[in-house]
Design a protein around this ligand. Structure first.
Ligand code: FES
Length: 154
């Protein structure tokens, strides 16, 4: 694994300890998750104990220590989305890809996650794909979303 990107990311943030979250965001954007080696390098460059780096990486749901797929599909399970049928949509996606929330498809095309309120309750139920919001989702739109994602993996 090429971890030279980590040096640049840390340098861009001035190698500052108080920039740890921003640095981890950039590291995750680079590798699509937070692998161990880059985290060790961050710890070394910032002079922060590795345990502290890991505790920040595991505290925030936005960070993933597991490899993620090329596409990240997040189903909002917050209250507003839940009462409008988010559970049903989640199950439809799980069936569509043969995985459950928290897993990645074998071809590494899609990672399915649940999140709690993405701040767009009026548009619920909401599904976020690669940070793009899809609001007022229903069964038909979800089926289309699944097909679109499958096409991306071909
Ligand atoms: S509960 Fe889903 S966006 Fe707020």
């Amino acid at each position: 694994m090429d971890i030279s990107h980590v040096d640049k990311i840390c340098k861009d943030h001035g190698n500052r300890q108080d920039q740890l979250i921003g640095i981890l965001q950039d590291v995750q954007a680079q590798y699509r998750y937070l692998p161990q080696k880059p985290l060790e390098r961050v710890s070394e460059l910032l002079g922060i104990p590795i345990a502290q780096v890991f505790s920040v990486a595991t505290f925030f749901r936005a960070f993933s220590l597991e490899p993620r797929g090329k596409n990240v599909c997040q189903v909002c399970m917050g209250t507003a989305c839940h009462v409008r049928g988010a559970q049903r949509l989640l199950e439809e996606i799980e069936r569509g890809f043969g995985i459950v929330a928290g897993q990645t498809t074998k071809d590494a095309n899609v990672t399915l996650e649940t999140v709690n309120c993405v701040g767009a309750c009026a548009l619920g139920p909401v599904i976020v794909v690669n940070e793009e919001y899809h609001g007022r989702m229903d069964g038909t739109k979800t089926a289309k979303l699944i097909e679109d994602l499958k096409t991306k993996g071909e």
